[in-house]
Write a protein that binds this ligand. Structure first.
Ligand code: NAD
Ligand code: 6OD
Length: 485
């Protein structure tokens, strides 16, 4: 019997008549059966979340909520191997990644925000008054209310908890809608919430799709006060329209078409290592991945040759093989999208330096969602493959001659999420980094995360910042209290 994934509403696991398959992209096998939440299930979840705001959750202090978040982290760690296995079954990602990044970082999100909310203060300003007695202003943080958390499939647990943990820490109650492709770790998390005694209604989980399904029911619900969303820019814009009716607060982490710039003075070993990571990690399915690589003309040929060798050496394999470095894409639908870009690149005149197709295994993996790591060169900057987000293990490499040209090429994009700059010239590092039109710029590294820092994008890549106090600021609202002394 396949594993059944139910909704979690008002502290109970709820079945439904409409169900859909959860497919393992490694070999197309059935990973689970998911119960799709209908409109009335979402209504019940919102009602429960609203009641929980007025109930015990609303009366806990920040430190008490923080303590509960730490208990959730303990509960995840106690079932660590189950979370790792569930994430792998949904995504096909390598064991080595799931147990060092996805699940530990997802757990760390709870601990980090537990600590932050227990230790952070609010503003206080003393002011003079004409009568000389003065006044004192101080602010108190209040939760936004019921928060809808809509999350994607690429780092399912990490990205769900990245929003959930600060939202709960700030005292909100939650309706979470994970991606239909990757519902398993969210369902395990509901079990942990239940086991550690999170009050009913504080965390509700509804499964389903976007339009005409749970995603739409949550984002259009008049009693949901805020939506925090990670996913495609086009979905963000649909959600924005849906949420406009009752002016919900919005936090959006959206797509990217990120640039990496490799200057002629870069440490080439480090730049190649870093670019292998920034292009191919998670099979290119990280919003921060570099899909556009700009390399100084003097080192262009050497860089392309070295990246090609490294791409061809990446070990594609079964997720539980410790040697595996790269898994499949999340689904055959997504594989078809990525393959259509490989085809488009040829039509647009690209040189396919390596890859460009589907690997053959001669076993069950041939029914999976695999594509080859791919490097392209020779495209115009106006080519669709250089402008549109592909979200696969692929980059286009183009040469530049001057620093100004490199910055202009990097910034010539509708997106602005992340950039990577590789140089040993300290002045250039500072000068270039601040000119990149993106929310996050890494110099001589990639995806090095300090959870206190602002995270988010400009242009089509998002609205607002999360991370550290930026998250608390989004998930709460200050009321200023002015006391005349
Ligand atoms: P997606 O936009 O297709 O789906 C994300 C979530 O939105 C899913 O849960 C989906 O069911 C839901 N959804 C879809 N349509 C909806 C609608 N009309 N109303 C309400 N909900 C709806 O994104 P995806 O394919 O799951 O994820 C990949 C995308 O996410 C890429 O574009 C990637 O760059 C982006 N992403 C961005 C970040 C970031 O931090 N900026 C992080 C991860 C992924
Ligand atoms: O590391 C994080 O906190 C984060 N939000 C990563 C986003 C990755 C996008 O795919």
């Amino acid at each position: 019997m396949p594993h059944e994934i139910k909704n979690y509403v008002a502290g109970r696991f709820v079945a439904s008549t409409s169900r859909f398959d959860d497919i393992n992209p490694v070999d197309g096998s059935l990973a689970g059966i998911v119960h799709e939440a209908d409109k009335s299930t979402v209504d019940l979840a919102v009602q429960a979340a609203r009641e929980a705001l007025r109930g015990p959750w609303g009366s806990l202090s920040a430190a008490e909520r923080g303590a509960m978040l730490n208990q959730i982290a303990d509960g995840i760690e106690a079932r660590f191997d189950e979370f790792v296995a569930a994430e792998i079954a949904d995504t096909g990602k390598p064991l080595a990644q799931a147990r060092t990044l996805d699940i530990p970082r997802g757990t760390a999100n709870f601990r980090f925000f537990a600590n932050l909310v227990s230790t952070s203060g609010t503003e206080c300003f003393e002011m003079g008054t004409p009568d000389g007695s003065g006044a004192l202003n101080y602010s108190v943080r209040k939760p936004l209310g019921v928060v809808g958390v809509i999350s994607p499939w690429n780092l399912p647990f990490l990205l769900l908890t990245w929003k959930l943990a600060p939202a709960m820490a700030a005292g909100n109650t939650i309706i979470a809608k994970p991606s239909e492709e990757t519902p398993a770790t969210a369902a395990l998390l509901a079990e942990v919430m239940h086991e550690v005694g999170i009050p009913p209604g504080v965390f509700n989980l509804v499964n389903g799709f976007g339009p005409g399904s749970a995603g739409e029911f949550v984002t259009t619900h008049p009693d949901v006060d805020a939506i925090t969303f990670t996913g495609e820019s086009a979905t963000g814009s649909a959600i924005m329209r849906a949420a406009a009716g009752n002016v919900k607060a919005l936090s959006f982490e959206l797509g990217g078409k990120n640039a990496a710039i490799i200057f002629e003075d870069a440490n080439l070993d480090q730049a190649v290592d870093g670019t292998v990571r920034s292009v191919f990690s998670n099979c290119g399915q990280v919003c921060l991945c570099s899909e556009r690589v700009y390399v100084h003309q003097r080192i262009f040929d050497e860089f392309v040759a070295r990246l090609k060798d490294r791409a061809e050496a990446l070990r594609m394999g079964w997720p539980d093989d410790e040697q595996t470095e790269i898994g499949p894409l999340v689904s055959t639908a997504h594989r078809d999208k990525v393959l259509s870009y490989y085809e488009l690149a040829r039509e647009e005149g690209a040189t396919v330096v390596t890859g460009g197709g589907i690997p053959e295994f001669g076993d069950a993996r041939d029914q999976g969602a695999w594509v080859q790591p791919t490097i392209l060169t020779g495209l115009e900057e106006s080519a669709r493959c250089v402008r549109e987000e592909i979200f696969g293990p692929v980059c286009h490499i183009a040469p530049f001659t001057t620093e100004e040209q490199a910055v202009a090429m990097a910034n010539d994009s509708a997106y602005g999420l992340a950039g990577a700059v590789w140089t040993t010239n300290l002045s250039r590092a500072h000068r270039v980094a601040r000119q990149i039109e993106a929310g996050i710029v890494w110099v001589n590294t990639w995806y090095l995360r300090d959870l206190r820092t602002p995270f988010g994008g400009v242009k089509l890549s998002g609205i607002g910042r999360e991370g550290g106090v930026h998250s608390l600021n989004f998930y709460s609202e200050p009321t200023n209290i002015c006391i005349k002394l």
